[in-house]
Ligand binder design. Structure first.
Ligand SMILES: [Zn+2]
Ligand SMILES: [Zn+2]
Length: 322
């Protein structure tokens, strides 16, 4: 992303700072949309067909399930790696971006909710854990709500089961230490030394999803799945409320109209104006968004409104102090 957009990116992971690495910025079905490639329209979908001609790491329109890797550089210089969400495309994201940025492991996991695009990669967590045929390793802490825990216990009983049943042989599976968090802004928790405040938001009127506020030197809010902000949550992250964010990372699904469980661009831009962060990056996009074309529009919007906003892209790395 260009410096004139007001949002700086960097490839340098040896600068002794923390960094946010956007390992996924796409919707649940991810981009390219499979149907655009197996039954192409006439003319073909411009955004998806780029996946056939450009390698993913050179194609900002190639979007895996939304997920953020926080490379947290502590005061002693040690790095801790905190992953928010582990979706259907987790393995692909590891192969592409963990290698590029030399991420050696995941130290803790935080879940926003239990939908498929946030949790269905959990089986593959074993791929980033030390090999142990007897599963005799330190489990990775994973923070989630009670509701998400109950759902995951049904989806992945073998990841939740504490002890082997009589006669059951050891199978190598991801080792996870499940830690229940509250759906409340006032109840922070600490993952790998970094404090997180849950941000309950409505994700469809019958469902609560969590965003997270973190960082002391930079105040960052990450909200991947939202259709409406409860006033208490909005107050907690607003310039006119508890204080201005340095960076708001926010859901936007389609370019026009509205959707029952996600913000689309009109609602996302309205929320940015109300919350008034120093800058904002958008995530969760479908193939309706063309990275370069739509970021040009957003540069103009940013000039008008005085808040730099851009679409994020898979592989975007932003160094900062947390
Ligand atoms: Zn498409
Ligand atoms: Zn969802």
């Amino acid at each position: 992303m260009a410096a004139q957009d007001g949002i700086c990116s960097s490839d340098d992971n040896r600068d002794g700072r923390s960094a946010l690495i956007f390992v996924g910025t796409g919707c649940s079905s991810a981009v390219p949309n499979a149907m655009c490639l197996i039954q192409p329209s006439d003319p073909p979908c411009h955004v998806c067909s780029q996946a056939l001609s450009l390698p993913p790491d050179q194609n900002p329109n190639y979007r895996c399930n939304t997920s953020l890797l926080i490379d947290y550089c502590r005061s002693d210089g040690d790095h801790r790696y905190i992953l928010i969400d582990v979706g259907k495309t987790f393995r692909e994201q590891v192969l592409r971006w963990f290698t590029r940025y030399k991420i050696p492991r995941v130290d803790s996991i935080i879940l926003t909710h239990e939908h498929a695009d946030a949790v269905l990669g959990l089986d593959d967590i074993r791929a980033v854990q030390p090999f142990s045929p007897a599963n005799d390793i330190d489990p990775t802490p994973i923070y989630l709500t009670h509701f998400a825990m109950e759902s995951i216990a049904v989806k992945f009983p073998y990841l939740v089961q504490k002890k082997l049943k009589e006669g059951q042989e050891v199978r190598r599976v991801a080792q996870l230490d499940w830690r229940i968090i509250e759906e409340c802004c006032e109840t922070p928790f600490v993952a790998s030394g970094l404090q997180f405040f849950p941000l309950p938001v409505i994700h469809g009127e019958d469902y609560v999803c969590l965003g997270y506020l973190f960082g002391e030197q930079s105040r960052i809010a990450y909200i991947s799945d939202v259709s409406r902000f409860p006033s208490s949550t909005e107050h907690f992250i607003s310039k006119d409320g508890a204080g201005q964010l340095d960076l708001l990372i926010l859901d936007t699904l389609y370019k026009k109209g509205s959707h029952n469980v996600h913000f689309c661009l009109p609602q996302t831009l309205e929320a940015v104006k109300r919350i008034c962060p120093k800058q904002a990056l958008f995530i969760g996009m479908t193939h309706e968004f063309d990275h370069h074309r739509d970021n040009k529009f957003l540069v103009e919007w940013s000039k008008q409104e005085g808040i730099p906003v851009q679409l994020a892209h898979d592989g975007l790395r932003i160094p900062l102090d947390l």
